[in-house]
Design a binder for this molecule. Structure first.
Ligand code: FAD
Length: 277
């Protein structure tokens, strides 16, 4: 195993372009576990947490740009995030533990592509985009198009996530909701997570966005459920229909943490709770 610490961002891009197989090390809270348990063997480990170009939160016109190595504690404590994106501020309070929040990064949480990653359902309802950088190219990809399968993404081997891009107005006129259900409040991996935003005008739901975690091979939006709900008043929603569409969009599994029936019913109840709020 070889550790590489690039001098600057261009040196990082050169390094990624020249290596055959490599892993990035940001906060290390996922990758160090994988190295220790032997899932990752003999690769090149490229350290990125010291590169200032990848860190920090800034406002640019009507956008908020979050550098990929920004830690969860920096995000939770950010004045910009509290002001414009309170859903992110409030939802991440229960991410891991205060200690983990100081090292775990937002880019690492997304790139690790776990079905249980906390930040992904939150960013999905905010219609976030990712900026991917490499030696010769910078491109933007909607987060909803980033994952292609279990732990698989559209990222090329010489690319990395440089920034997360969110509209400053993403939450405006929306009521927001986030619930992560685990075995306890702190240091828990989600059995089910639901993030949602709805816009209600004259008792009608004129828009709704719902994203779930831990219910598929990667977190995703429930477009069929959303489509059924949009345009209806709360009293007109038929929950049997909601369950029918939900069944088409989630594939819960039974594992050590929970069984699939439990996951399914918790998800239905969380959606119902938010609709009736
Ligand atoms: C005790 C414990 C509790 C945890 N609790 C939670 C929890 O409550 N919720 C939750 O969601 N997760 C949790 N996790 C998982 C982990 O902390 C998060 O996924 C974290 O955000 C990963 O970020 P990192 O910077 O540590 O990533 P790293 O471990 O440095 O990297 C993770 C993966 O992402 C890749 N990567 C990192 N940065 C980039 C980038 N910019 N571009 C492309 N690829 C990149 C790496 O190559 C690696 O494959 C927990 C982990 C531990 C050990």
């Amino acid at each position: 195993m070889k550790f590489i610490k690039p001098k600057n961002i261009n040196n990082l891009y050169e390094t990624l372009d020249n290596l055959d197989q490599q892993y990035l090390l940001a906060g290390g809270t996922d990758i160090n576990v994988q190295i220790k348990n032997g899932t990752i063997r003999n690769p090149n480990i490229v350290y990125i947490n010291h590169l200032t170009e990848l860190n920090g939160i800034e406002e640019k016109n009507d956008l908020i740009l979050i550098g990929s190595t920004t830690s969860f504690s920096e995000i939770i404590n950010s004045r910009i995030i509290k002001k414009h994106l309170p859903l992110i501020h409030s939802s991440l309070q229960n991410f891991a533990s205060p200690l983990l929040q100081t090292s775990a990064t937002i880019g690492g949480n997304i790139a690790n592509a776990s079905p249980t990653a906390d930040v992904i359902p939150i960013l999905l309802v905010l219609d976030a985009k990712l900026m991917l950088g490499s030696k010769d190219n910078t491109r933007e990809v909607f987060l909803k198009d980033f994952f292609t399968g279990y732990k698989k993404t559209v990222m090329k081997s010489n690319e990395l996530i440089t920034k997360i891009i969110i509209s400053k107005n993403a939450e405006s006129k929306y009521q927001t909701f986030y619930s992560k259900v685990g075995s306890r409040n702190s240091l828990t991996i989600a059995k089910v997570a639901v993030s949602s935003m709805k816009r209600v005008e004259h008792e009608k739901i004129t828009d709704i966005k719902i994203a779930v975690g831990s219910l598929n091979e990667y977190p995703r939006r429930l477009y069929k459920v959303e489509e059924y709900i949009i345009g209806k008043s709360i009293t007109d929603i038929d929950y049997e229909k909601v369950e029918e569409f939900l069944n088409m969009e989630i594939t819960p599994i039974s594992d050590l943490r929970s069984d699939k029936e439990y996951r399914y019913h918790v998800c239905v109840n969380l959606i119902r709770t938010f609709l009736n709020e």
